[in-house]
Structures are given as structure tokens and as C-alpha cells.
Design a protein around this ligand. Sequence first.
Ligand SMILES: Nc1nc2c(ncn2[C@@H]2O[C@H](COP(=O)(O)OP(=O)(O)O)[C@@H](O)[C@H]2O)c(=O)[nH]1
Ligand SMILES: [Mg+2]
Length: 222
Amino acid sequence: MEVKVVRRVLDANETMAQENRQMFAEKGVFVFNLMSSPGSGKTTMLVETLKRLGSEIPTAVIVGDICTTNDADRLAQTGVEVVQINTDQFGGDCHLGAHVIRRACQDINLDAVDLLIVENVGNLVCPAEFDMGEDRRGVVLSVTEGEDKPLKYPLMFRVCDMAVLSKIDLLPYLDYDKDLAVKNINTVNPNIPVFCLSTRTGEGFEAWMEWLKNQVAAKNKS
Ligand SMILES: Nc1nc2c(ncn2[C@@H]2O[C@H](COP(=O)(O)OP(=O)(O)O)[C@@H](O)[C@H]2O)c(=O)[nH]1
Ligand SMILES: [Mg+2]
């Protein structure tokens, strides 16, 4: 019985995700869903990304958290349009479902943006199960989380198109095997690029920015 209920929730989400995908295609918006456990550095990385993008690509951000507008406030300081979703209004969900994204898009002028970035609720499990109609998914894993997390939470790494190994400025202070972490990510998903970067020092940022810009350009061409 319970399994059927869960199935229905996922089916309903899938239907709405396809409708979202159609809407994003019609509007010519590339949608990137960024996921990770809480505190791995998503907001910090996005703030730096938006600063570096400047006016090059018109961008909007949807940010999900259970409570507070802290992240939206940080992101809005870059000047981009930001919509905060607090999932406690939707039962405290640990992820952003397709219906929530649809609702948030009503507050964004999709005709005016080419890139929509979604910072998902901090969680390495649930967000991986919910398609929102995005074009690409990314996962951030910080070096303080241990090398083994891709093996422990494989679905998240399997559904993603890229991964970021964040906070590499901390490596000198840690007993952490960066190569093993990258190997574990590629064991779960052999084809995805892994960007090792630090928002603190800017190391590795160019490669990630280039990947993002190429993805947006590829969608605009198609
Ligand atoms: N040393 C270091 N700290 C970072 C880096 N990126 C983020 N942080 C810190 O990690 C904490 C969590 O970052 P935040 O962006 O809020 O993570 P989120 O929960 O994934 O959005 C904050 O205290 C950040 O200052 C980094 O590249 N290096
Ligand atoms: Mg955040």
C-alpha cells in the first residue's frame, strides 16, 4: 500500500517535470539543478559564479530551504533575480518537487533569462529522486565529508551530469585522499566530469564556469 502511494507521488512529479521541461524548452532557458548535503558550499559557489558571470548570461535563481531566506539574501546581493522556496509550507519536504518549481517560475520572467539555477534543499538522498524538468544536474561534495560518500549515496551521483569537489583549499589541513574521492565518484558514474574547486581561493573555478557556459550555449543553439 505504502509503496503504491510513493509510486503515485513519483509518477505525478514525473508528469509535471515533463511539462516544466516543455515550458523551459519553449522559453529557451537552460535549467541547472545543484544538489548536495547541507553546508558543502552550494550558495557560496553560486554567489561567486553569479559574480563572475556578470551580465554575460541573463540568470535567475530558485533556492530551496526548509526555513529562512538566508541563502536568497546572499544570492540576491549579486543583483540576479532570486526566488526563495521554504518547503515548510509544503510539509517540510527535503527536496524541491516539480510542482514547487512550477510555482516559483510564476515569479520569474522566463523570457528574460537564459539560465535558471536551482539550489536544491541540502540533502544527499531525496532530491536525487525528484525530476523537476531541469536540463542538467550537479552535485557538490566538500572535502570535509569523506571520500566514501559517492559509494554510500550512489543514486545522487548516478543521476548527476557533473560533480564538484569543493573546499579544496582545506586539503592541507585534512587527512583526505582527493584522488580517491574522484575515483569513487567515477566508479558510480564513469562519464561525469569532476571539478575540484575552492571558492575561497578561486582555484578550479574557470573549468566549472566554462562547463556551465558551454551547456547554456548548447541549449541556445538547439
Ligand atoms: N574553506 C572553505 N570554506 C567554504 C568554501 N565554500 C564554502 N565554504 C564555507 O562552508 C560553509 C557552508 O557554505 P554554504 O555555501 O552555505 O553551503 P550550502 O549549505 O551547501 O549552501 C560556509 O561557512 C562557507 O563559508 C570553500 O571553498 N572553502
Ligand atoms: Mg545554501
